[in-house]
Every structure is written in C-alpha cells, then in structure tokens.
Ligand binder design. Structure first.
Ligand code: G3P
Ligand code: CA
Length: 270
C-alpha cells in the first residue's frame, strides 16, 4: 500500500541522539552529546528536571542512583550538591578519563554546545515532573532557550538550531502552547491514544507532532499510517535495532530517536 499515509516521506528522516550518543558514553553527559555531534546526528534528545535551587539539569530518572555514585532525588538537591557526584563511572568506565563524561549536565551547557557548534543541530527537549512544579520546568526552559537565541520552526533562519518540546503530559504541552506557541510540541505515548485519528484530529495538549514508542509502533502496524493520515508528523523512540529502523523508514516517520546515532546514520547511508 503506497498511499501517502504509508509511503516513505520525501523529507529525509531526522536522526536524533537519545540522551546523546548514549550507547557509547554515559547518558546525558556533555561527552555523549559531543560524540553525537561528531557522528553527524541531526538533533539531540534530552530530559530536563529542576533542582532544589531552581536550576535545570539533564537527568532522566527522578533519583540519581542509576546514573551516578550518589543517592536521592534531583529535585531535593542543589546544583552544587549534584556537581559533587560522578555521573559517568557507572557505565563500564566509558570515557572515564574525560571530566565531561562524568559531570552532571546543566541544560545551559547543552544549549551552549548547540548554539556554538557551527552547524544546525536541533533539540528535542523532554520536560519531566509536570505536576509537582506547576509549570516551573516549562517556564525556565523557555527562558533558557531565549537566552541562547534558540527558537521553534519559523522563529529563526532555517540554518539555526530549532527546539521542540516533548512530554508524556498533555498538561505540560498545553502550558508550552499557551506560553510559546512558536515551538513544536511532541506528545509522547507508549499505549494507544484514547482518540479517533480522523483527518485533522488534534493530539493531546495541542501537540503538533506524535511521539509513539517503538514497541507500540511494532505492535500496531496501523498506528503510524493513521497518525499520518490525520496530518501529523511522527517521531519514534527509542529505535536501536536495524529492523526497527527499517520499519520506521517504511512507515515514513519523520524522526528516529536512538541511543546509537552512528549506526542508524550508517544504515541510512549517511
Ligand atoms: O524521546 C522520548 C523518550 O525519551 C521517552 O522516554 O523514558 O526515555 O524519557 P524516556
Ligand atoms: Ca526522554
């Protein structure tokens, strides 16, 4: 079936480095993002959380024990407390000699890398804990992007980095839509949506892009075609297996979010 909703898109698929090149180096470290940059990734994915003293850091889990030698919740610690821990040594000594592979990553450091790297690298930024801080993460994130002159589509020349905001929470995306409608918003989900995907149907939180997980995409072959027929771009996470990359290409997704950007780019012949 080569109807427009199932065929490969004419646009090249964007390869997004999930938490940096995070199969190779400790996730969410500056070293992992520098590696993704060198490998040719089109965009960076990151998760953002707020510290007890109101700083944005890129950490996936609510607590830090999986990815550092410390314990406790990010939101209960100051940035200085987080900076005292080693966020790299948990990962098989990868990059052990490089301080940038061991330090907690401030969002500002990642934005600086993107702003100064000399080519266009987009950002797919996921906000965590939408309820507890009642919009603080989203508002601080929008301020940080403004500080580095990073906008959404149309906000800057094509050659400049663009950011999109992602969340599993319709509440968080709705906040971004009201505060800064110029940013694209990706609704992330890993189970079927409680809505009928008729052409023109809107996504939760007024999202502009659909972000299903690869397990769901594999289990429901009609999902991506239905999303595309409804008029949505589709960005799929976290796609590390060659067969899943091929499936995403066949389905015409617009972005592949992966821990292995170099391998995915090689599979795409880039
Ligand atoms: O890119 C979306 C994906 O990262 C969502 O899941 O748990 O890895 O943040 P998670
Ligand atoms: Ca994420």
């Amino acid at each position: 079936d080569l109807s427009p909703a199932t065929a490969r898109t004419a646009q090249p698929v964007q390869v997004v480095a999930h938490r940096g090149s995070s199969r190779a180096l400790p996730e969410h470290t500056l070293a992992a993002y520098r590696r993704a940059l060198a490998e040719g990734a089109d965009a960076f994915e990151c998760d953002v959380r707020v510290t007890a003293d109101g700083q944005l850091v890129c950490v996936h889990d609510r607590r830090i024990q999986r990815t550092s030698d410390g314990r406790g919740a990010v939101s209960a610690m100051t940035l200085a407390q987080l900076e005292a821990y080693d966020f790299g040594s948990w990962k098989d000594g990868a990059g052990a000699a490089d301080p940038e592979a061991r330090a907690v990553l401030r969002l500002d450091s990642l934005l600086e890398l993107v702003a100064d790297c000399g080519r266009r690298v987009d950002l797919a930024i996921e906000t965590k804990h939408p309820v507890r801080f009642r919009g603080r993460v989203e508002s601080e994130l929008l301020k940080a992007l403004a500080r580095y002159g990073i906008s959404g589509p149309g906000g800057n020349p094509e050659s400049r980095p663009q950011a999109r905001i992602m969340s599993f929470s319709a509440l968080a995306l709705g906040r971004v839509r009201r505060a800064a409608p110029e940013f694209s918003r990706v609704f992330l989900f890993d189970r079927m949506l409680p809505l009928r995907l008729r052409p023109g149907a809107s996504l939760p939180g007024g999202a502009t892009i659909a972000g299903p997980g690869i397990d769901l995409v594999r289990a429901r072959p009609g999902l991506v075609p239905a999303l595309r027929r409804a008029g949505h771009q589709v960005h799929v996470w976290t796609v590390d297996e060659p067969a899943d990359v091929e499936l995403c290409l066949e389905l015409g997704v617009s972005a592949i979010i992966t821990n292995r950007p170099a391998e995915v780019l090689a599979q795409l012949g880039r």
